[in-house]
Design a protein. Structure first.
Length: 286
């Protein structure tokens, strides 16, 4: 890594909290090195009170761009100059590109997850999908799934206002039928999962201080015909995925999503395609 750093090296990073667990620095720096690109990627763990100053600082220093993770994917928007059409629809950003002093926000979470599902051989077109969580990543995943042909979305969230907003947005702008349910409605969750093709956890339940927890209190709602995806990648196997395996479900974690959303961000920053197979080897995913 040190051998690549020079007086012309451009900074790229990620801002979030917590973030020390992130595999993004390893992934992007390996890709930069493999392709001989003069960039360096660092992780910045910042508090909410530091968000505005952090964005201004990265912009002032001429950073090429940065990723944004929980809990700032929506809060970041007020400090940006422009949003891509998809980010504007989602009202969430996970990738920022510095275009000659103008910070442009993009969202690659949804397309990253869809590509990771395809990589595993799962086709969600025409299927019913249940998603837990309407945060930045959850909303992006729901909207992308709807745009990509999911026939029905059952969306569970703690905040009824936010959940209904996402449902209304999807029903207005796509051909997908979306319905909101409160996360505490266990009967509704059981009913919706009964005929769902895929369950996605798009919350932080299961990571960091919430590690070992699951929103599933009764594993009988899970059935062998269900695919269960947790967008968390650290730990690799959350409590939810353990429950799903025990119920006979096919499972996948968020590693594939982080690679593919990262690959899209990588191209936005560098104009180059990330060497996906090489990165999978680096991250020991083959």
């Amino acid at each position: 890594m040190e051998a690549r750093i020079s007086g012309t090296t451009q900074l790229i990073g990620i801002i979030a909290t917590p973030i020390r667990h992130s595999i993004s620095p390893k992934m992007h720096n390996a890709a930069f090195s493999k392709l001989g690109l003069d960039y360096a990627y660092l992780a910045f763990d910042i508090e909410q009170s530091q968000l505005e100053d952090s964005v201004k600082g990265l912009k002032a220093m001429g950073a090429r761009g940065f990723n944004v993770s929980m809990p700032y994917k929506t809060a970041i928007i007020e400090y940006l100059d422009e949003l891509s059409p998809t980010a504007k629809l989602c009202q969430a950003v996970n990738t920022v590109v510095n275009e000659n002093g103008k910070l442009v926000g993009h969202i690659t979470d949804g397309s990253g997850l869809i590509r990771s599902l395809q990589d595993e051989g799962y086709d969600i077109r025409g299927k019913k999908v249940t998603v837990i969580g309407c945060g930045g990543a959850g909303k992006a995943i729901q909207i992308q799934a709807a745009l990509d042909g999911v026939s029905e979305l059952s969306i569970f969230n703690r905040s009824a206002e936010r959940g209904q907003q996402v449902v209304d947005l999807i029903n207005k702008h796509t051909n997908c039928k979306a319905t909101f349910y409160h996360l505490n409605d266990e009967l509704a969750l059981k009913e919706q999962l009964a005929d769902s093709y895929l369950l996605i956890n798009a919350t932080s339940i299961g990571m960091a201080e919430l590690e070992g927890l699951s929103f599933i209190s009764d594993s009988s709602v899970l059935h062998p015909g269900l695919i269960v995806c947790d967008i968390i990648y650290n730990p690799r196997k959350t409590k939810l995925l353990q429950q799903a395996e025990e119920a006979g479900c096919k499972v996948m974690n968020g590693v594939g999503m982080i690679i593919y959303q990262g690959a899209e961000a990588f191209k936005l920053w560098t104009g180059e395609e990330m060497p996906i197979d090489y990165i999978k080897d680096v991250l020991d995913l083959k």
